[in-house]
Design a protein around this ligand. Structure first.
Ligand code: UDP
Length: 464
């Protein structure tokens, strides 16, 4: 085990920069810090060399590999549903190839759908920092944050959508556009018989009114919209579907790991497995409330011993990460039991190991589309505390498959309660695993896509 002093591996990078690691202190500290506080600060520590370069990609899974998890009948059902779709073409489009839940899902979904005989592709739109700043602001505003919507933001959004439209081909039978960033690509559909679907992963229950009025005419040009929770549905003249997101139980992020791998990762990051470990895995994003997690930990820590691991990183379409990471470091101060890991996006095994080593997992989001980190934690049987927002209550049934919280104090109370009631914690963790197995695995998601493709194909010519 590493000493608690050696736990400040971080990776600062400027907004929109690539994932090449640059190291810095975890706790910058306010300027008026005393010399004693500075001296006692945990030293800078480089990320372990094992995570500095991306590992070779693991071979994509095959359908038969899931048989042990979901059973032969379910695998056969997928093959049966796909028979009518053989040779048809499908394109998924989103705004980032790595980082965040959408990329995580597409990475596994597209190969599985292809294996079933559908010719499936995944394309990523391109844009400058100005585009991703605008779309990040859209993202926050659609989640209900205050926002001053300007003509300039509109122009930037439309210009990059137009650039991508001119660059890309859309010859497929089904085109699926994920989230608002590439929404306006639908202008490319023209008179083609292709079906176009908007897959919205974010919580649209309280969108910024003016922004939604700008985006809505684009949404209305699609054949259908898909949301991750009933509560996100809007008044729209097109059909709306509910698709739960999903995780892949065989991915590097979720597959079973040898105990030796879990131990090695904890040793490398200075996580002490002899004491309780409370973890939040999330991009450093204000809506994930990492600062609130640190505050809750500090409140709970007055009563129960524990370490806090904040494992995060950035997504290439999220320019705010560096500023939020700095706020987290300032709130954390010099506490040697707070371990902040700013990881490159390829650290799936490390995240898997950290989740498995955790005593509790937190996802204290203030707004959330669905929260795949919750799904991942539940799949690993971890007692999970999460904000009662977005799609999280679909996953966490309070006191049955986890616990829901509404405040820093509530989160602190649950940390303390679960750490001092391990039998209850174990039970909700086990229930959470079953809930994911029934509802949120990738194989269920594949089934929904196949059914939707069939429904849209059989509906006759597009009427747009
Ligand atoms: N994730 C990751 N590295 C990080 C932070 C998050 O690989 O540093 C993964 C996390 O394990 C999960 C996904 O990114 O699979 C985040 O999905 P979620 O739906 O929780 O949030 P989003 O980032 O899409 O808002």
């Amino acid at each position: 085990m590493k000493s608690p002093q050696s736990r400040t591996a971080t990776q600062d990078r400027p907004p929109g920069a690539s994932a090449g690691p640059q190291l810095s202190a975890a706790a910058a500290g306010p300027p008026e810090e005393s010399p004693a506080a500075v001296a006692s600060r945990a030293p800078e520590r480089p990320l372990p060399s094992s995570v500095l370069t991306p590992p070779a990609p693991s071979p994509p899974p095959h359908l038969d590999d899931y048989q042990n998890i979901i059973g032969q009948a379910q695998v056969d059902a997928l093959r049966f549903l796909a028979r009518e779709l053989k040779g048809k073409t499908l394109k998924m489009v989103n705004s980032t190839a790595v980082g965040g839940g959408v990329a995580e899902m597409l990475n596994r979904l597209v190969p599985l759908i292809s294996e079933l005989g559908v010719n499936a592709h995944w394309d990523v739109i391109t844009g400058g920092n100005d585009f991703f700043e605008v779309t990040k602001a859209f993202h926050n505003a659609l989640h209900g944050s205050p926002y001053e919507f300007t003509q300039n933001a509109k122009d930037i959004f439309l210009m990059y959508n137009e650039q991508n439209r001119a660059r890309m081909q859309f010859d497929e039978d089904l085109v699926v556009i994920h989230d608002p960033q590439p929404l306006a690509l639908v202008c490319a559909r023209g008179k083609s018989p292709a079906r176009w679907v908007w897959r919205c992963h974010i919580d649209l229950s309280h969108p910024h009114a003016q922004l939604w009025e700008f985006l809505r005419p684009f949404v209305e040009q699609y054949d259908a919209a898909i949301f991750s929770s009933q509560s996100f549905a809007r008044q729209l003249p097109i059909t709306q579907y509910l698709f739960y997101p999903s995780i892949d139980p065989l991915s590097e992020k979720n597959k079973d790991l040898d105990e030796s791998v879990v131990q090695k990762v904890c040793d490398e990051f200075g996580i002490d497995r002899s004491r309780p470990i409370v973890t939040q895995v999330s991009r450093f994003d204000r809506l994930k409330d990492p600062v609130g997690v640190v505050q809750a930990y500090k409140l709970a820590k007055k009563y129960v011993d524990c370490q806090l691991v904040l494992a995060g990183g950035g997504a290439s379409d999220d320019p705010e990460g560096a500023a939020v990471l700095q706020e987290v470091k300032e709130t954390a101060g010099n506490d040697p039991d707070i371990i902040i890991l700013d990881l490159p996006p390829w650290c799936a095994i490390e995240i898997n190991a950290i989740q498995r080593a955790s005593t509790l997992v937190i996802q204290k989001s203030l707004r959330e589309g669905f929260g795949l980190t919750v799904t991942e934690a539940l799949w690993k049987g971890k007692p999970t505390i999460a904000g009662a927002v977005g799609g999280i209550p679909n996953q966490i049934i309070h006191k049955l498959t986890g616990t829901l919280v509404h405040s820093v104090e509530g989160c602190a109370f649950q940390i303390r309660y679960l750490l001092t009631h391990p039998e209850f914690a174990k039970r909700i963790g086990a229930n959470g695993h079953e809930h994911v197995k029934e509802n949120f695995l990738i194989t269920t998601n594949v089934k929904r896509w196949l059914l939707l493709f069939r429904v849209l194909s059989e509906a006759g010519p597009a009427n747009k």
